[in-house]
Design a protein around this ligand. Structure first.
Ligand SMILES: Cc1cc2nc3c(=O)[nH]c(=O)nc-3n(C[C@H](O)[C@H](O)[C@H](O)COP(=O)(O)OP(=O)(O)OC[C@H]3O[C@@H](n4cnc5c(N)ncnc54)[C@H](O)[C@@H]3O)c2cc1C
Length: 1009
């Protein structure tokens, strides 16, 4: 008996022989597409530009716009001669006669898209399906959709699916299975469905909500499919949606109505590390259900996305990192499927002849008849392989996307990426002409040989907080990863933490002064804004005498703390980071109750606090050692830093841990002693930070915790002669008062007070006429309404070019209406309550102002009746001089301002007192460059939300009335807490000078320890 490998080789060779018999080129359409492929494969940078241009093209309406984009994208292309040639009526011609070249280009790209898109609608696709029928190739049809951003769009999409199903079953009613044998397993009509198109608010943290919305949308389609004898397949999308898709599949097909229906299928992606476990689980489920089902095995289409996303978030990468690993796993899963043929029907979705030949050979080895499984390939790709498989007597089905060019763009770009990928089989065979023997090699063997089987690590990033961060000067900095709530274990941890926090309701926290716990006569209650009758906790309230004691304690502790080595102070911060990480879920849950933060936002706040600690520790190690100013023989001159003295930290409630911890950590690591005053609304979280610092070993008096009214103790301490530095984040009104008051020198004051002041914003995002609205709408909604718009970075003014205005509004209003408002204890809620009754009333007053000034275009209706819930609200027809366009509202209220052109947009965006964050959505490289240069904001965000700054990556803070120009989480931030000092020594003795002076020297500490 021959070995499996030789069987595979023999079959593979046979496929290649048949492929070579058909003269048709593999990338079937010559011309534009082929030139695009060739150029892309030659130059990675050019590939990026070409694909971006292809992506924006369908959204451009005039020839002039097309030509302008063309020039912008390729002005600096290294291979511009080739680009010109490739674009046919290219750049040169474009300048002269845009009305000719624009349409030609659009036509070329449409033609290219048509290579991968089987038809615009159900009538159109029938032409293709009939041709394939003649070639004995079956179909599964996929409806391309724009990324749905609201529930109106998902309803339309579901209706289009039903239409498609009707049309296909009507048109194909006399068709029979091309193979005949075992045809009952393979209905002629086969639809592929993507769940993300059926519910716009899928939140991976909340599978139950997603399933509750998706199941009712699917049932009518499934019923109809069952009645007409069709097959429904659930496609698999990104990893974040994987568990929901699996759960939905199992839930719906276990229901009484569908339990006995065998014509349901789902996709398994072999590039996922957990795919084998998932497939085993599915098979077990199928056996228990007692009815056949189907699995389409693919490698996976989102490899680039998954690797980039996990790197960005510091998550374990869910996909294999070496191509032969995916290939090997594909074969492992092939075996698993075929071994369980009694309950699962397999479809092998691959263009890779090795993967295909392996499935054939293994099926034979097991004695599974070739009519009991099928091969599936994509429309427009690998035509000769399809024919070869048909000739060999296998069942072949083609995956046929249907839809318009614009919605099809992301699909098209995925295919272009796949076809030009260095790792791809099709490129290797048909472009790079890799020999057949090489292409048929066993992927296990390749793995074994390459690097002796040593694979890249499972974690593509290092989690600094897990490995005690002993950062050295210059060491790279890694942010704390966000919690991935798509993972069920994290959902469960969060639920458990919420339950636990509930039990702690009503806890009491004291003041901490000089290490002593102090209870006062007055207790202050902190309530849950979702249910104000629930008291999260009580805090002792300080008055002037306690404030005096705290200042005295901090002053007394200063002398010793300033002489503590910076290394010890850095280690203190790193211990705090470790404790924050350990108590992460507990603290996040507390934030849900105390300030109404949705899960992921609460987790982000704790992650940011961790980042501040590790980042500032790292920065301090760079700043701490005295540094030579100039290398001059005979003289040593070293600059170093002293702390300023006693720091008063006054923090807001909206990032109750991150901002408080950031300011406190910066002050402490630089050698200042601190009085921290959290916001009255988030005092329990503040007390937790005190507790954590104590556990980490902060000495008595170095950090003091004072809770009380800002107007009483805050004001008293700002004016205090013994307070040297005030770090404040909060409202403009209070910030300006502190700035002014700290400028007055009091009797006995030693230092000029330093004020670090971060205030509000009236942030604008501009939507350009060529913006990708799928992204612009989702990101605008998130920026405006995430955490109820209570971030100083939140979007408040959406500036839309008139050309795009109506389309943007239609999608924006629908998207706003689809956002989940409710108690953030529920995992998927995006908009929770505002912080307290005063904020609630103030925002409602602004809404009244808006109604009198502009047009109320949208206001949510179903918000919970109790608690401080403000319905997300959108005004249109807003002019830049109106109050709602000028004043900070700090709630879920968005003003839309329509402008003529980009000039006016920039003028409006810059025309406020503030300059904190700003955003721009555009696909015009020239316009993007202009915004980079001209938008007045401390943080400018392009083609992404304008909130969510990450420590180290996006140093955060604004200017004008938004703040004093300091950047929290930035390289220079610590300098605000320090006084620079220079020590110069003449080291010449009788003309003898040392030749070399070290760049750094030991800290100036006395007495030395
Ligand atoms: C009929 C059909 C339906 C499909 N449905 C889906 C679907 O529902 N969901 C989905 O995600 N995809 C789907 N796909 C797309 C499919 O995932 C890709 O077409 C497929 O991965 C290409 O694999 P291949 O075997 O044809 O080619 P090959 O060239 O052998 O494999 C390419 C694949 O290998 C993987 N890969 C590339 N680089 C690496 C690396 N460095 N490390 C590890 N792995 C790597 C990627 O998955 C890449 O797509 C479908 C494909 C077909 C044919």
């Amino acid at each position: 008996m021959r070995s499996l490998q030789s069987e595979i080789e023999q079959r593979g060779q046979r496929i290649f022989e048949l492929v070579d018999k058909h003269p048709e080129p593999l990338f079937s359409k010559a011309g534009f597409y082929q030139r695009l492929m060739m150029l892309s494969m030659r130059d990675e940078q050019l590939k990026q530009q070409l694909f971006r241009f292809v992506d924006v093209l369908p959204s451009l309406s005039t020839s002039g716009e097309i030509v302008q984009h063309l020039q912008e994208y390729f002005a600096e292309a290294r291979d511009s001669q080739k680009v010109s040639e490739f674009l046919g009526a290219g750049v040169r011609l474009a300048r002269a006669v845009p009305w000719i070249s624009g349409p030609i280009l659009r036509w070329n790209v449409s033609e290219m898209a048509r290579q991968f898109i089987a038809g615009r609608n159900s009538d159109d696709v029938m032409r293709t399906l009939r041709k394939r029928r003649a070639q004995k190739i079956g179909f599964t049809v996929d409806l391309l959709g724009e990324a749905v951003v609201n529930e109106t769009e998902t309803d339309e999409y579901a209706a289009r699916y039903l239409d498609l199903l009707e049309g296909l079953s009507r048109e194909t009613k006399d068709w029979t299975d091309p193979l005949g044998k075992n045809s009952a397993l393979f209905p002629v009509v086969n639809l592929s469905v993507k769940i993300s198109a059926l519910y716009s608010q899928i939140n991976p943290a909340d599978p139950a909500d997603a399933i509750a919305h998706l199941a009712p949308k699917l049932r009518p389609l499934l019923r109809r499919a069952r009645n007409v004898g069709a097959f429904i397949n659930f496609d698999m999308e990104s990893y974040a949606h994987k568990n929901i898709t699996l759960e939905l599949f199992k839930t719906v097909f276990t229901e009484e109505e569908f339990k006995n229906w065998p014509h349901a299928g789902i996709v398994t992606q072999a590039y996922l590390r957990d795919s084998e476990a998932d497939l085993r689980d599915l098979i077990e489920w199928g056996r228990a259900r007692g009815t056949r089902f189907a699995v389409r095995l693919v490698k996976g289409a989102y490899w680039d996305y998954e690797t980039a996303k996990s790197r960005q978030n510091g998550w374990d990468c869910p996909v294999y990192l070496q191509k032969p690993e995916s290939d090997t796993n594909f074969e492992t899963l092939t075996r698993l499927l075929l071994e369980n043929e009694s309950v699962v029907t397999s479809a092998f979705g691959s263009h890779n002849v090795r993967s295909i030949a392996h499935a054939q050979a293994f099926a034979d080895e097991l004695g599974v008849d070739r009519s009991r499984f099928e091969f599936q390939l994509l429309y427009g790709m690998a035509g000769p392989i399809k024919r070869a498989l048909v000739d060999m007597g296998y069942r072949v089905r083609e995956y046929c996307p249907v839809g318009e060019l614009l919605p099809g763009m992301s699909y098209l770009v995925r295919r272009l990426l796949e076809n030009t990928s260095n790792e791809g089989f099709l490129r290797a065979k048909f472009s790079d002409n890799v020999p057949a023997a090489e292409l048929l090699r066993n992927p296990r063997e390749i793995l074994h040989r390459s690097r002796n089987g040593v694979l890249p690590p499972l974690n593509s990033t290092i989690n600094m907080t897990k490995n005690t961060p002993k950062t050295q000067p210059g060491a790279p900095y890694d942010n704390a990863p966000l919690t991935n709530f798509a993972l069920p274990e994290n959902q469960e941890k969060m639920r458990a933490a919420l339950r636990e926090q509930r039990k702690q309701f009503g806890r009491k926290v004291p003041l901490t002064i000089n290490g002593e716990k102090i209870w006062t006569d007055k207790m202050f209650s902190s309530v849950n804004p979702s249910q104000p009758d629930q008291i999260v906790g009580y805090a002792a309230e300080a008055d002037i005498p306690e404030a005096e004691r705290a200042v005295a304690a901090a002053r007394a502790a200063f002398e010793k703390w300033r002489r503590t080595s910076f290394e010890q102070r850095c280690e203190l911060l790193e211990r705090v980071a470790e404790i924050l990480e350990r108590r992460r879920f507990e603290l996040s849950a507390l934030e849900v109750f105390e300030v109404g933060k949705p899960w992921s936002q609460a987790d982000g706040d704790i992650a940011e606090a961790i980042d501040f600690c590790t980042f500032y520790a790292r920065r301090m190690r760079l700043l701490g050692r005295p540094r030579l100013t100039q290398n001059v023989p005979g003289e040593e001159s070293y600059q170093h830093y002293w702390p300023r003295g006693v720091a008063l930290v006054i923090a807001p409630w909206n990032f109750p841990m991150a901002i408080l911890c950031g300011m406190v950590s910066a002050a402490l690591v630089t050698g200042n002693t601190v009085i921290m005053k959290p916001s009255e609304q988030s005092v329990i979280i503040g007390a937790m930070l005190m507790e954590i610092y104590e556990e980490a070993g902060v000495p008595p008096g170095v950090l003091n915790f004072l809770n009380g009214k800002g107007s009483v103790i805050g004001a008293h301490m700002v004016d205090h002669k013994d307070v040297d530095l005030i770090a404040f984040t909060g409202s403009r009104e209070v910030g300006l008062w502190i700035w002014e008051s700290a400028g007055k020198t009091r009797e006995g004051q030693r230092e000029l007070k330093r004020v670090i002041c971060e205030m509000g914003g009236k942030n604008a995002m501009i939507v350009d006429s060529d913006a990708d609205l799928d992204e612009a709408i989702v990101d605008s909604i998130y920026s405006a309404f995430g955490f109820q718009g209570q971030k100083c970075s939140a979007l408040s003014r959406l500036i839309v070019l008139e050309e795009n205005h109506d389309r943007v509004m239609e999608r924006l209003l629908g998207a706003a209406a689809s956002v989940r408002v409710g108690n953030p204890e529920e995992a998927g809620v995006v908009v929770g309550p505002v912080i307290d009754e005063a904020a609630y009333r103030r925002i409602l007053d602004y809404i009244e102002v808006g109604k009198s000034e502009a047009t109320l275009a949208y206001q949510a209706k179903d918000v919970p009746p109790h608690g401080y819930f403000i319905p997300p609200t959108i005004f249109t027809g807003v002019k830049s001089n109106m109050r709602i366009a000028r004043e900070e509202i700090f709630g879920p209220v968005l003003s839309v301002i329509k402008v003529r052109d980009l000039d006016e947009a920039i003028e409006v965006a810059n025309g406020t007192d503030y300059a904190l964050t700003g955003g721009f959505f555009s696909r015009s490289p020239a316009n993007i460059e202009r915004i980079k240069a001209q938008l007045e904001a401390g943080n400018v965000y392009i083609n992404r939300p304008c909130t969510g700054a990450i420590v180290g990556r996006h140093p955060f803070g604004g200017f004008k009335m938004s703040g004093g120009g300091t950047k929290a989480g930035g390289e220079d931030y610590l300098l605000n807490f320090l006084i620079p000092r220079v020590v110069t020594e003449n080291v010449t003795r009788h003309g003898l000078a040392p030749e070399k002076t070290p760049e750094y020297r030991e800290e100036f500490l006395w007495p030395k320890k």
